[in-house]
Design a protein around this ligand. Structure first.
Ligand code: C2E
Ligand code: CA
Ligand code: CA
Length: 401
């Protein structure tokens, strides 16, 4: 049967024979099929399958020959699943899924045909690729496990990077940046683990923990620094967190618990939130209605549809570091920064420049009309106590009246 076809087989018609190449699997829509082996001219049945069941998937997955024959018992209607249809879907998931699938298939084949060698012999190149894939899967699993136990022992904490008013130089807020502080004091950057978190449900747990710590710290900051009401803490929130139906309830309960104002909390989202569906956008709107401020992060680096800029409840636009780094030496990044400023002014959004490392960049941004900036020129992200000491020592920090 040719791939990508649905077909009806008559009673007793052969669907495939043992030893034939198998490039597709079958899903039974209606009717019954028999899977059998032929030994010394005698048919020995293996199993009978009915509507909803799948067969022929093993040889399709590993490109091997059919290890049994199959025929229609009654009239059957079959839908095919081709190898391409499956591999398209299997390419994207992570190597762990592929590794598990492979192990599972080998085990199943061995059980069905004990002692038979695999008809498919991988080439040296395929074996090397397999080994590489296995290594990646193992590293990834090991990291996920370490992250899970680190989460249990509370090793993820927010560090704070000050955000300055570029005109006055005063601190107007800060961005919470996650750090993995290991028991031996080693600090691991999010570059190592943020993808693992965001690609698994771990981000939901870690995200909640970060929100709890940030709001507890915000309460303490208000007391330690006598902050004005418009001082804000920016928290990075991934699209997956926004898609979680518990997100707003948890955020609001935590905020109420620490008695801080929603207005002092800024949620930083990236353009990727648009790929999380309408529920995530609805959550964003709910947060905005509750008084939380919203900033769009890494703006201009994602898929940048201008349509969402108009449809999202935004307060600020963050100019990505990649443009700031190059704008004093290259014309195009400078033009992009100017365009972003124009756009933000048009849409009545505040502007925060990221990655300000030199006085030249700060001066240019200030001249162009960017209100706020953060970067190594001012300070790197630091633990809570250091941030308080830094902010306290900065005379330009606005105090509550
Ligand atoms: P981001 O949100 O774009 O954060 C800004 C990153 O730029 C931070 O890296 C910060 O340390 C770095 N940075 C700030 N100023 C400068 C500068 O002047 N020069 C240079 N070279 N870098 C600067 P970090 O802390 O490594 O965070 C990386 C990313 O991890 C963040 O990028 C954000 O996407 C993600 N992330 C951090 N914390 C969280 C979190 O709590 N939740 C989620 N979902 N993501 C987080
Ligand atoms: Ca951010
Ligand atoms: Ca950013």
């Amino acid at each position: 049967m040719a791939a990508n076809q649905n077909r009806v087989y008559r009673e007793n018609e052969i669907i495939f024979r043992e030893g034939e190449s198998g490039d597709c699997a079958y899903l039974i829509e209606s009717g019954t099929v028999l899977v059998y082996l032929v030994k010394d001219g005698t048919e020995s049945p293996l199993r009978t399958l009915g509507p909803g069941e799948i067969f022929g998937e093993m040889s399709m997955i590993d490109n091997s020959l059919r290890s049994a024959s199959c025929r229609a018992v009654t009239e059957v209607s079959l839908v095919t699943v081709t190898q391409t249809q499956l591999t398209d879907r299997l390419q994207s998931p992570d190597p762990i899924v592929r590794l598990m699938m492979r192990a599972f298939m080998d085990r199943l084949r061995e059980q069905n045909n004990p002692g038979r060698s695999l008809p498919h012999h991988p080439s040296p190149a395929e074996s090397a690729a397999d080994e590489e894939e296995k290594k990646k899967a193992l590293e990834r699993l090991s990291l996920e496990n370490k992250i899970t136990s680190a989460l249990e022992s509370d090793q993820f904490v927010p560090w704070y990077q000050p955000i300055h008013d570029l005109r006055s130089g005063g601190i107007v807020g800060c961005e919470a940046l996650i750090r993995w502080v290991q028991p031996d004091g080693k600090v691991v950057s999010p570059a190592v683990f943020i993808d693992v978190l965001e690609e698994s449900s771990l981000i939901l747990k870690v995200g909640k923990r970060i929100i709890e710590k940030c709001l507890a710290d915000l309460k303490q900051m208000n007391q330690d620094l006598l902050l004005p009401n418009n001082f804000f803490v920016s928290i990075n929130v991934s699209g997956r967190q926004f898609a979680d139906e518990e997100f707003v309830t948890h955020l609001e309960a935590t905020r109420a618990h620490f008695g801080v104002l929603a207005h002092q909390v800024k949620l930083e989202v990236t353009e990727r939130i648009m790929t999380e569906g309408t529920a995530a956008i609805a959550t964003l709107q709910k947060c905005s209605d509750l008084g939380y401020r919203i900033a769009i992060d890494d703006f201009g680096t994602g898929f940048s549809s201008l349509q969402y800029l108009a449809s999202m409840p935004l307060n600020d636009l963050k100019v990505d570091r990649s443009f700031v780094v190059q704008m004093t030496t290259h014309e195009k990044p400078l033009s992009i920064v100017k365009t972003l400023i124009f756009l933000a002014n048009l849409l009545n959004l505040g502007l925060i420049a990221e990655g300000v490392e030199t006085a030249e960049q700060r001066n240019l941004l200030r001249m162009l009309g960017v209100q706020m900036g953060q970067g190594f020129l001012f300070a790197k992200a630091m633990p809570y106590a250091d941030f308080i000491a830094f902010a306290d020592g900065t005379s330009a920090l606005p105090k509550a009246a």
